[in-house]
Design a protein around this ligand. Structure first.
Ligand SMILES: Nc1nc2c(c(=O)[nH]1)N[C@H]1C(S)=C(S)[C@@H](COP(=O)(O)O)O[C@H]1N2
Ligand SMILES: [Mo]
Length: 519
């Protein structure tokens, strides 16, 4: 077997054109198959063949497009896809033959192909940067397979060439078979994922959830300051944090929630069961423990859901329990103090966000929302299991990785305008932002300039103490370089500490500080 692996530089090797072409076709196919797999698994990404087809339809002259549709009718799409595959196969054959002579040029040609896929994908309407992933993976896989096959198919030019030829003929069969079977598997798995995704997407679009009386923010919550963070965060810009490489795509018809552990009556709830319960609408600001001082890992939304307390009461929680361990569909775990779920605050099993069904990335069909606790200890998305237990009996996902077991939100405030580093005009300047201390509320925000005396800011309305609050302070700015700082005081009368602390293990502290130029 030394032939396959011992291809040392002194022995000239050769490879027939047909074998090289075959290697190129197989490699291109393997790359595309890998892309199908990735596109199926990764949300927001699509098969390059499909995206290139769609882009092609968009760029050809409309006359030609109409002609194609008239000529082919409903067969136009299969014909287009077949056409793309034929072109790809021809291109793959060419790549193989070129690469047999100069590896680098073959690799580059595959790169050009991948680039077409990337450009087609990221220019699709609504495409995110993730849309490029399948084509990039396709390129990497195609290159690896190509280099491997060329190596396996090469024949030494020396005396033993005939024996080698027999070996490589065998290689041809098993390597080719391996690539074909692997590719088919990848396509199959990718398609299965994509099918599940499609079913969940259709189920979400068809889903009707109870509508809140209004999704508009309460009057006075928003201050009329240009550049300030809107009090309500729209779903599509709401920060997203989770460990899910592939967003769980759950059909609500198949969703079940187990409620068990230290309870008298374990429950299993369907989505329909949830809809038939007492439903509430609550504004709650979510924040991430990883948020740095001045950071933007926070958002405020109107959540529709069922109070977790109602469900726990029905299950009958044992007196000696002190925690709930919740688990997501993808196995992420979270530990929440029982008290935060039963003390009357609006801790919800939420299925609506700003009036719409939860977006998939935010936990569709059902997630937890608990005001006053950081997300990693309360806000389980895609929740499927709630176990009433004790903190001394389990360790949740982030707690095993060095984060605190319990993590109430720390009082925080942020300057949104002016931006740090900005240049503003001398005179009256609106310094404004948001402050949060969920479930304690914000009662005062103060600003200081160049470490001078603290000045009290005007606050926006506070429809609930579970949401953040806007604030504004009018600064009489004088020319030169200045430093601005903000601090907030919560409903218990405690003022935010200026001591700097990192997010690890239980949340950052410190006053948000910015520098501005006044001219
Ligand atoms: N299933 C699951 N739920 C999760 C997480 C996760 O990784 N997996 N991350 C948590 C963290 S750390 C935060 S800050 C919030 C963020 O919620 P969002 O993405 O809707 O803003 O979700 C929480 N819920
Ligand atoms: Mo988080």
């Amino acid at each position: 077997m030394s032939v396959e692996w011992g291809e040392d530089a002194e022995v000239p090797t050769s490879i027939s054109r047909s074998r090289a072409a075959l290697a190129g076709v197989l490699a291109t196919g393997a790359g595309l198959a890998a892309a199908e797999l990735v596109a199926g698994v990764v949300g927001g990404a699509q098969s390059p063949v499909v995206t290139v087809g769609a882009a092609f339809i968009d760029v050809i002259p409309s006359g030609l497009r109409e002609f194609g549709i008239t000529l082919l009718g409903t067969a136009d799409k299969p014909v287009l896809i077949t056409g793309i595959l034929v072109v790809l196969a021809a291109f793959g054959a060419l790549v193989g033959m070129v690469a047999a002579r100069v590896r680098g040029v073959g690799v580059a040609l595959l790169g050009v192909l991948a680039l077409v896929g990337v450009v087609a994908a990221v220019t699709r309407p609504g495409a995110g940067p993730g849309a490029a992933i399948p084509s990039v993976v396709a390129w990497l896989v195609a290159v690896c397979v190509l280099l491997w096959l060329l190596r396996m198919y090469a024949v030494g030019a020396g005396r033993e060439a005939e024996a080698e030829r027999r070996v490589t003929r065998r290689n041809l069969l098993w390597t080719g078979g391996l690539v074909v079977v692997g590719s088919l598997l990848a396509v199959g798995v990718g398609r299965a994922f994509a099918g599940r995704r499609l079913a969940a997407e259709q189920a979400r679009s068809a889903l009707r959830i109870p509508e809140p009386p209004t999704t508009a923010p309460p009057a006075r919550a928003n201050l009329p300051i240009p550049g300030i963070t809107p009090w309500q965060t729209p779903n599509d810009v709401f920060y997203r944090i989770d460990t899910a490489l592939s967003v769980p795509m759950i059909d609500p018809a198949e969703w079940r929630l187990r409620v068990h552990g230290m309870v008298d009556r374990p429950l299993e709830l369907t989505f329909g069961d949830l809809l038939r319960r007492r439903i509430v609408y609550r504004w709650v600001t979510l924040t991430c423990v990883s948020n740095v001082v001045g950071g933007d890992l926070a958002g405020n939304a109107l959540w529709t859901g069922v109070p977790i307390a109602d469900i726990l009461a029905e299950a009958g929680v044992h007196r000696d329990a002190d925690a709930v361990q919740s688990t997501s569909d993808d196995g992420w775990t979270c530990g929440t103090p029982l008290s935060a779920l039963t003390d009357g605050r609006p801790s919800l099993l939420a299925f609506g966000m700003n009036g719409a069904p939860l977006p998939f990335e935010h936990g569709f069909p059902v997630r937890m929302v608990v005001p006053g606790l950081y997300g990693y200890v309360s806000a389980t998305k895609w929740v499927v299991d709630i176990e009433v237990t004790r903190f001394d009996r389990f360790t949740a996902y982030w707690t095993t990785r060095g984060w605190a077991e319990k993590a109430p939100v720390k009082t925080a405030s942020r300057i949104d305008v002016p931006l740090t580093g900005a240049t503003v005009r001398t005179g009256r300047v609106a310094v404004a932002g948001v402050a949060w201390a969920q479930h304690r509320g914000i009662t005062r925000v103060e600003v200081r300039v160049d470490r001078g005396p603290w000045q009290v800011a005007r606050l926006g309305g506070e429809p609930t103490k579970d949401s953040w609050r806007q604030w504004v302070w009018t600064w009489d700015a004088t020319p030169g370089a200045h430093e601005l700082q903000v601090r907030a005081t919560d409903g218990t009368g405690v003022t935010q500490t200026g001591r700097l602390a990192d997010p690890v293990p239980n949340g950052a502290t410190g006053w948000h500080t910015i520098d501005v130029q006044v001219s």
